[in-house]
Design a protein around this ligand. Structure first.
Ligand code: FAD
Length: 382
């Protein structure tokens, strides 16, 4: 005899933990299933920082979702009496025609977002850590910064449990199917039942939702931490905002100030460089050649950051073909299964609003949030 829940959430990382919290606070009977422990380093939501920004170069349609996400970060911070969203400001740097700069300006113009455009001489004065080429510029957004993904996941899980969600860790979902009574989720030889299923399995989404109809790729990406060659104060949060730097066509690095002790170093990573991998067999070691590749780029663009390596960590991007999220019911007319692949390397800042949207879709079948541009149908072969 198996239990029956209102909703089962598969995968309790960034988005699944947020969905479990939003479902539980609405009074749903929720079961969350996670193959690893609570807050682990095997998926996409580990490390200590993720950029949060509103002036969104990827597409202006994300801005309404970001407004709601900002509200929910504030609400979450109040609920636990701890500021989860640390404001450092953000710099989007590059050539005027780069996606990073032109896309950011398109978003700020469409939505009237506060920002400053900083030309190369102004950047040299205000942020001499960065070395811009002739013609390059930056767009500065003050209302931006970072959240700790691990703190956010932990907080969502804690609040979900406090509202009655049952959370099972070290529990791998091996399959699922629907029948006349609802959704049956398989855990080896065992099974659990629910009216609705939310799949937030990150890099494993293609395995659990093959009928999604979206060719998802998993990319291996490395986060490097380096101790600066100059004073740590030059890279403190009040002097060195979070940034994305378009360093050449199709190439971007992102980074963060030193958080806490100087010995922690600055964190930097390549946004696009990295191979496609299988999440079950990915090599999680980082080679000296990879560290050197980053050091060389820094020596050219942020020279004082090109100091000794502290550590490097492998993280996984789950990429859609257009690098925009998919948040939708599973195609095929069955509204009982909802899937979110809200990654493509930029999804963490959205976790609170994605959790809310998933709760909407699972409990009511629709959401007031404007997510049409994130439908699975856009990839349908006609
Ligand atoms: C290096 C790096 C830098 C990034 N920088 C930023 C940034 O600055 N700003 C930003 O907004 N975003 C950033 N992102 C993206 C962001 O972190 C991701 O979009 C987000 O973490 C994705 O969350 P998720 O819930 O989809 O995946 P995850 O957090 O990985 O969660 C998926 C969960 O599903 C579980 N699972 C999978 N299969 C099963 C199964 N069969 N049974 C049970 N459980 C299962 C997994 O164990 C995992 O816990 C970055 C990502 C990386 C890797």
């Amino acid at each position: 005899m198996s239990d029956t829940y209102d909703v089962i959430v598969v995968g309790l990382g960034g988005h699944g933990s947020a969905a479990a919290r939003q479902l539980a606070r609405r009074g749903a009977r929720v079961l969350g299933l996670e193959r690893f422990g609570p807050v682990h380093a095997q998926g996409s939501s580990h490390g200590d920082t993720r950029i949060v920004r509103m002036a969104y170069f990827e597409h202006p349609d994300y801005v309404p979702l970001l407004r709601r996400s900002y509200e929910l970060w504030a609400e979450l911070s109040r609920a636990v009496d701890e500021e989860l969203f640390v404001r450092t400001g953000a710099l989007m740097i590059g050539a005027p025609e780069s996606a990073v700069v032109s896309g950011t300006l398109a978003s700020v113009e469409r939505w009237g977002l506060p920002h400053e455009v900083l030309d190369r001489p102004t950047m040299a004065r205000r942020y001499p850590q960065f070395r811009l080429r002739a013609g390059e510029l930056a767009v500065y957004e003050a209302d931006a910064g970072y959240v700790s993904p691990q703190a956010a996941v932990r907080t969502h899980l804690r609040l979900a449990a406090a509202d009655g969600a049952e959370l099972r860790f070290l529990t791998t979902v091996t399959g699922w199917h629907t029948d006349s009574t609802g959704v049956v989720v398989e855990i080896g030889d065992d099974e659990v039942r629910a009216d609705k299923l939310v799949i937030t399995a990150g890099a494993w989404t293609a395995q659990l939702a093959p009928r999604l109809g979206v060719p998802l790729r998993v990319g291996r990406r490395v986060m490097h931490y380096l101790v600066p060659l100059t004073s740590a104060a030059d890279f403190a949060p009040d002097r060195f905002p979070v940034f994305i730097f378009s360093t050449g066509p199709g190439d971007e690095i992102y980074g963060f100030p030193i958080i806490g002790a100087a010995a922690n170093g600055v964190k930097v990573g390549f946004h696009h460089r990295g191979p496609d991998v299988d999440p079950d067999t990915v090599d999680r070691r980082v080679s000296p050649a990879e560290e050197e590749e980053m050091r060389q780029l820094l020596a050219d663009r942020i020279p004082a950051a090109a100091g000794p390596h502290v550590q490097s960590k492998v993280c996984l991007y789950t990429l859609t073909p257009d690098e925009h999220f998919v948040i939708d019911h599973l195609p095929g007319g069955d509204d009982r299964v909802v899937v979110a692949s809200a990654c493509s390397g930029h999804g963490f800042k959205f976790t609170p609003v994605v959790g809310e949207i998933l709760a909407d879709l699972a409990l009511t079948g629709s959401t007031p949030q404007p997510i049409e541009f994130l439908s699975a149908a856009r990839f349908a072969v006609h």
